[in-house]
Design a protein around this ligand. Structure first.
Ligand code: P53
Length: 483
């Protein structure tokens, strides 16, 4: 009874900027992440104006997949991955973002990577924009606050669709498009959209204008993609941290319901094809002047997604009579989740980075999404970021990671086999150790493959199998029967 569908896509997930390296090779231009230094727990990453010689930018070399991709893909194949989710670095294809023609060397790199994957029977699952906006578009155009970015993005997407139409079936438009709903941390508008907000500007209004442009870009991309290959499955991608009411106090329940709109706003538009009424009311109430052009509503209606991809790491909890003065955000302390009314949930434990561990929250999420949208779902990120110990004999024992993944797989299996949720696949985050997005650290590791590299960029870059490697191999081999 526990059986998952035979074609269930077991895989692993990565993002170009976090593992490729080769940041200025093959004609690649700098992206918004290439000017981000390393931070740490509660130390934000700095966004510098240009690349400064005396600063360390961990994404520049990352784990050097750019040169090691054959070796790494061989390891993925040994693990038995059926798919690999990664992104196409936008600034590898359009180095500045506004060129007339794409960069052939960049296109060729992904041809080589996809061929290598397909040779091993691994299907590439591709995110078009995973925090890799060309820096030039951010600096010269203001990123997605400028409507011109819509055309630049669609052009980039088209170049990818045309080139890889016979190699890639599953696509996603924007990674975690909803991160920027948390306007308290400038990191998110920058990495999602290449947007900086100046003193005195209304950050919420700018965020919604930016969002509108991205929603249009996403919808136009879906429509274009279907013309190029009707077989394409093009999805949205959101970061989902469900918000629980602290108690059965109706005020707590209603607060959680309202706060959840932060999570639902983007997929509501991308899946249903129109703005939800709570957002229309918010724009009216707050007096936001979001510029719509004629035809925009039609674009949104015509470009709805085929499926919803999402990341799930943790849950958070809110209480109506609490107002936090703490500055916690999603990156540093999932507990606070960027919400003013977050409180500790006494029923769940947390990781060393304060991200709660809540497998039931995954089943809950799958059910709520499926009820709301009735489209296939795809868990494209989930995982346990932790410090690993490299033993003298080259082994890495990571029982806590195995436990985390096992409990989340149990939860998704229940959602599929008991609740009847339509789930395409599961790609745990950072299948090989990579640079953390939130903190820029190397020591916050998610991988089942260890990479010898530290926070300062020292190390041999050699790869080693963790205990979780063989464990996951068995999970895939038995289609999730043996956990
Ligand atoms: P790191 C917050 C909440 C959920 C997912 O994050 C998030 C974030 C932002 O930190 O981001 C995703 O590396 C993102 C990946 C990222 C991964 O989560 O900060 O899509 O790029 O690496 C894990 O531990």
């Amino acid at each position: 009874m526990r059986q998952l569908p035979k074609d269930f896509l077991w895989g692993g997930a990565l993002a170009a900027h976090q593992f490729e390296g080769g940041w200025n090779q093959g004609g690649k231009g700098p992206s918004v992440v290439d000017v981000m230094t390393a931070g740490a727990y509660n130390v934000p990453r700095e966004i510098t104006e240009t690349i400064e010689a005396d600063k360390f930018y961990p994404n520049h070399e990352a784990i050097d997949f750019y040169h090691k991709y054959k070796e790494d893909i061989a390891l993925f194949a040994e693990m038995g991955l059926k798919c690999l989710r990664t992104s196409i670095g936008w600034s590898r294809i359009f180095p500045k973002g506004d060129e007339a023609e794409p960069n052939e060397e960049g296109l060729q790199f992904y041809d080589d990577v996809f061929d290598e994957l397909l040779k091993h029977g691994i299907e590439p699952v591709i995110t078009l924009s995973h925090f890799e906006l060309p820096l030039h578009l951010a600096r010269e155009y203001g990123g997605f606050r400028n409507r011109k970015a819509v055309d630049f993005f669609v052009k980039f997407a088209e170049a990818c669709f045309n080139r890889y139409k016979d190699k890639v079936r599953y696509w996603m438009t924007f990674n975690e498009i909803n991160n920027q709903m948390d306007v308290n941390n400038p990191l998110f508008l920058w990495t999602n959209s290449g947007v900086m907000v100046k003193e005195g500007e209304n950050v919420k209004e700018i965020m919604y204008q930016t969002a509108h442009h991205e929603l249009l870009a996403s919808a136009l991309t879906v429509t274009k993609g279907k013309e190029i290959n009707p077989e394409f499955q093009i999805g949205a991608m959101v970061s989902h941290t469900p918000i629980y009411p602290y108690s059965c106090n109706p005020e707590d329940v209603m607060l959680a319901e309202e706060e959840m709109r932060q999570r639902y706003f983007f997929p509501d538009v991308q899946v249903r094809g129109y703005y939800p009424s709570y957002a229309v009311k918010e724009f009216e109430r707050e007096g936001y002047n979001i510029k719509f052009e004629e035809g925009d509503n039609e674009i949104l209606r015509n470009g709805t997604v085929d499926y919803l991809g999402f990341s799930y790491y943790m849950s958070t909890t809110v209480k109506s009579d609490v107002v936090n003065d703490n500055t916690g955000d999603v990156v540093n302390g999932g507990l606070n989740g960027g919400l003013p009314n977050s409180v500790e949930n006494p029923y769940v434990k947390a990781t060393d980075w304060d991200w709660t561990i809540d497998p039931t929250g995954l089943r809950y999420t799958l059910n709520r999404f499926y009820d709301r949208y009735q489209v296939p779902l795809f868990i494209v990120e989930n995982g346990f970021g932790a410090v690993d110990t490299f033993e003298a004999d080259g082994s890495i024992h990571d029982p806590e990671r195995i436990q985390y993944l096992k409990s989340h797989i149990e939860a998704l299996e229940k959602a599929v086999t008991y609740d009847g949720v339509d789930l395409i696949g599961y790609t745990p985050w950072g299948i090989i150790d990579i640079v953390s997005f939130g903190t820029g650290e190397m020591k916050k590791r998610y991988g089942m493959i260890y990479v010898d590299r530290d926070n300062e960029g020292n190390g041999s870059m050699k790869r080693y199998k963790k205990d979780s490697f063989n464990w996951y191999k068995q999970v895939i081999k038995t289609n999730g029967e043996e956990l």
